[in-house]
Design a protein around this ligand. Structure first.
Ligand code: DHB
Ligand code: FE
Length: 286
């Protein structure tokens, strides 16, 4: 048996991310779009591309290279990764304009529903020898008016200390560092986990090739992912980052926001502790 950590390949994590997206799209149902809206969005997208072609005088070899690259992204299943890194942040900012309560940011491609339900004070499922500094992440879920929300769900997922997500990398057990934590009668929770490492988007596929060709870097700062939900309230999807961490000011996915940066306290035993409260606005009336 090999003792070295096998890296997830672009094709491997891409295929898993594509499957996860198809499943979530089925859960969410079809988007309703009028012909007028479709006409406008497709036309304006194409016009934006024509503008680049004209002003940059894009050549035939460049056009053929892009065509081949687009085919490659589809073949290895990297569209969810590419779109969540390079496009989702703008969609999220549009959505955020009409939202109140805790600031959101992108979901990214690595959410998996149906994880283990855990009590308010809990340790996330992890390997006996899980690498990384211990982190106790605690807080309270409240409504906008300050009422605490008992029985709210803090659906939590993160990368391990090598930057890998369970379900998307070989050698990381299903459910590792994921869980749905249910708040206590005061809306509180305390989750023991490890501090994740910065995350590098796969460099061996077409997205990595594009980043290398442009001389960019493939890194996201270390982050925790959360979806927080309670009956009668709008679900918040967000991420929390760590003060002073690498790549905070140059996230490849442009998904950091100042109010989402944590400053954990370091304790004498070398572990970290930090608290963050969530505020949920009422659900939209339908
Ligand atoms: C990607 C990965 C993430 O962990 C994330 O939070 C956002 C995007 C990606 O590889 O596309
Ligand atoms: Fe992530």
């Amino acid at each position: 048996m090999s003792t070295t950590q096998e890296s997830p390949t672009a094709a491997g994590s891409g295929a898993n991310a594509s499957d996860a997206f198809r499943a979530s799209a089925a859960r969410r149902g079809a988007a309703e779009t009028t012909q007028e809206r479709a006409d406008r969005l497709f036309r304006r997208t194409l016009e934006a591309i024509y503008e680049v072609i004209r002003t940059e005088e894009v050549s035939y070899p460049e056009f053929q290279a892009v065509k081949r690259w687009l085919m490659d992204v589809g073949e290895v299943g990297e569209w969810p990764l590419f779109l969540d890194v390079f496009v989702e942040h703008e969609i999220e900012k549009v959505a955020a304009k009409s939202q109140r309560g805790t600031t959101g940011t992108i979901e990214g491609p690595y959410y998996l529903p149906g994880q283990q339900r855990l009590p308010a004070v809990t340790t996330l499922p992890m390997r006996p020898d899980e690498k990384g500094d211990k982190l106790v992440f605690s807080g309270q879920v409240r409504a906008l008016d300050g009422r605490s929300l008992a029985g709210a769900e803090v659906d939590f997922w993160q990368a391990d200390a090598d930057g890998y997500y369970s379900g998307f990398a070989p050698n990381v057990a299903a459910g590792n560092l994921r869980g749905v934590v249910v708040t206590d009668q005061d809306g509180r929770f305390a989750i023991t986990t490890i501090k994740p490492a910065p995350y590098q988007i796969p460099t061996d596929g077409p997205t990595g090739a594009m980043i290398a060709a442009a001389g960019w870097h493939p890194w996201r700062p270390a982050h925790l992912h959360l979806m927080v939900r309670a009956d009668g309230h709008r679900q918040v999807t967000t991420q929390l980052y760590f003060d002073g961490g690498d790549w905070l000011d140059s996230d490849v996915a442009s998904a950091t926001k100042d109010e989402l940066v944590l400053a954990p306290d370091r304790r004498d035993d070398g572990s970290y502790a930090v608290s963050y409260d969530f505020e949920l606005e009422p659900a939209a009336k339908s």
